[in-house]
Ligand binder design. Structure first.
Ligand code: PGA
Length: 254
């Protein structure tokens, strides 16, 4: 199955011109790559339209969503608006949303349902806030609880196979300190086990995120259970993102 590389631009860049330039660059890389992986970028909502206009081979993703349809919800972007914009993937429950905007598992659950209902693919982010001083049991218990609460009732939805889960240990985000591939694999296999106990398929796509770059991408994606990567900082540097895309394409040829 094709791996997926999802770039999360967060609140970057600061101008529409810079966003268009980056999107054009990513699209060019995908066109020049032999058998590229699936590539998607999640720009800030305010740039979605402009970015979409210049991309042909890159899918559009959103960084968040509101679960209601249309109406009086100041500041919120609804699933219907994202769908109308042509968004394919929607990141849900990113640790920055949880930390700065007090997003809860219950809110993630509503968002996942809305996104599945709209036939888009939700990318649920889970991961422990810290590892040092914590037992394996505590870490797995933390992630399990996030999965159980966020995915409640999902097995009743016919679009459940569209769900994607990204394992993002929070301590590994935004620094040079990624998880080890061995530990990431162990957690991702555990996540798959939990998904199966919840009644979901073992084939649900699972990604790794947290300081992924062009030097470590292969070590993660080499493992079959890791279906792709959620890339933050490195997705803003075209040269880095290009290498990530090219190395993933190489891996898929093996
Ligand atoms: P990072 O971000 O690649 O900069 O660590 C990943 C993420 O926040 O999804």
């Amino acid at each position: 199955m094709d791996k997926i590389i999802l770039g999360n631009w967060k609140s970057n860049p600061s101008t529409i011109q810079a966003a268009i330039k980056l999107a054009e660059g990513v699209d060019g890389v995908v066109f020049r790559t032999d058998h590229p992986p699936i590539v998607a970028v999640a720009p800030p909502n305010i740039f979605l339209w402009a970015v979409k206009e210049v991309m042909e081979g890159v899918a559009l993703a959103a960084q968040d969503v509101f679960w209601e349809d249309v109406g009086a919800y100041t500041g919120a972007i609804s699933w219907r608006q994202l769908r109308a914009m042509g968004v394919t993937y929607v990141i849900i429950g990113h640790s920055e949303r949880r930390n700065y905007f007090t997003e809860t598992d219950a809110m993630c659950n509503r968002k996942i349902r809305a996104v599945l209902h709209a036939d888009m693919a939700p990318v649920l982010c889970v991961g422990e806030p810290m590892r040092r001083g914590k037992t394996e049991r505590w870490i797995k218990g933390f992630v399990k609880k996030q999965l159980i609460s966020s995915l409640s009732g999902i097995t009743e939805m016919k679009q459940q196979h569209k769900l994607i889960v990204a394992y993002e240990p929070v301590w590994a985000i935004g620094n040079e300190n990624s998880d080890t591939p061995e530990d990431a694999v162990e957690m991702i296999l555990y996540i798959k086990e939990v998904l199966v106990t919840l009644g979901l398929s073992n084939d649900i796509l699972t990604l790794y995120g947290g300081s992924v770059n062009s030097l470590n991408i292969e070590q993660f994606l080499f493992h079959e259970c890791i279906g792709g990567a959620l890339v933050g900082g490195a997705s803003l540097k075209l040269g880095e993102f290009r290498k990530i895309i090219e190395k993933t394409a190489q891996l898929e040829k093996l």
